[in-house]
Design a protein around this ligand. Structure first.
Ligand SMILES: [Zn+2]
Ligand SMILES: [Zn+2]
Length: 335
């Protein structure tokens, strides 16, 4: 059977069988806590996400597979929702051990796939956000340190996922939905028979995912419009009326509609807060990040800048605030 084919072709053979999903909780050294790996225990045996490259994670993955009756060597497909270390870190070593397995990830996950963060492009985005040099250097060192939690992939070492294609299984298929926002190449997977979705970090039960500051994969000198894309992705998932959503962290979501509205309220509140920090004299995204999260440290500094940029971008595109460039740094002003 084809491992990946177009949705239109697959529709003819869709079977009405619910998807069997075995969640495996894998520890991470990160603040977010354990990550969910999802095993689809049928031919071709597939995992969605892998966990970070640590001994604790591979041990937990092996144990989870074993209790479902599988070994790493049984895996045929390693599918990645996105290329953050906690999700993709073990992909290469698991693939090498499984021998016959193929890795699938959307080709817009470039920055992360080739060892986290294409440095120069990110640097430009951080300068534009008004982040001081010393902070940029601190962020660089921090992400340098993160590299050890994931192996990078060459362009010939994976198959790209594309929107509306299908991953086929014995019991039917999983439709690939490109759901950008958290990262440019984030993907979700839909079983139409029972409207089950595996959504990676696009949908998380207890926290609102961060639209991470990323270069645009089509034109890396520009910024990816993470928040605007993210809101479209959430609405797109909603259009399928999912009954069960498996997120990248935490428990599954049984009431997507409630979560969708909760996220929207949170975005509106944050948007209002961010606009409230913009003055007549002008502020940078960095100024806003410091005001929003004064005690954020380490990786949270970068995430708070991401959040500020995402909301300022959105407010600007909706004509609520103005922006001008001063020495490569964007200054946001109220009219
Ligand atoms: Zn992530
Ligand atoms: Zn994650």
């Amino acid at each position: 059977m084809d491992l990946l084919r177009s949705h239109k072709k697959a529709q003819k053979t869709q079977k009405k069988i619910p998807l069997r999903v075995v969640p495996i909780s894998v520890p991470t050294p990160f603040y977010i806590g354990p990550v969910n790996v999802y095993l689809i225990p049928e031919d071709p045996v597939t995992i969605i996400d892998t966990g970070p490259k640590t001994k604790e994670a591979i041990d937990a993955l092996r144990a989870g597979l074993r209790s479902a009756g599988f070994l790493v060597s049984d895996l045929r497909r390693i599918v990645l929702t996105h290329a953050h270390e906690d999700h993709c870190g073990l992909a290469k070593s698991v693939r090498d051990e499984a021998k016959n397995a193929e890795v699938y990830v959307h080709n817009w996950e470039t920055g992360h796939r080739h060892s986290r963060l294409e440095y120069e492009e990110h640097r430009t985005l951080l300068v534009r956000a008004g982040v001081p040099d010393g902070e940029i250097e601190r962020m660089r060192r921090l992400y340098e340190h993160m590299r050890k939690y994931a192996d990078s992939f060459g362009d010939d070492e994976y198959t790209s996922l594309w929107d509306d294609a299908e991953l086929e299984f014995e019991s039917g298929s999983l439709r690939i939905l490109h759901t950008p926002g958290h990262t440019p190449g984030s993907c979700s997977f839909l079983r139409e028979a029972d409207r089950t979705v595996i959504a990676g970090d696009c949908v998380l039960k207890r926290i609102t995912p961060n639209p991470v500051l990323s270069p645009d994969p089509i034109n890396p000198s520009r910024r990816f419009p993470s928040l605007a894309e993210y809101l479209v992705s959430l609405a797109r998932l909603r259009s399928f009326s999912p009954t069960l959503v498996y997120g990248g962290h935490g428990e599954p979501i049984r009431d997507y509609e409630e979560l969708f509205h909760r996220y929207f309220r949170a975005f509106q509140d944050r948007q209002a807060q961010v606009i409230g920090f913009v003055t007549k004299n002008g502020v940078t995204a960095w100024d806003v990040a410091l005001k929003m999260f004064p005690s954020a440290d380490d990786v949270h500094r970068f995430l708070s800048v991401s959040e500020a940029v995402a909301h300022l971008d959105m407010a600007h595109s909706e004509g609520k605030i103005g922006v001008e460039l001063n020495n490569q740094t964007e200054i946001y002003k109220v009219f």
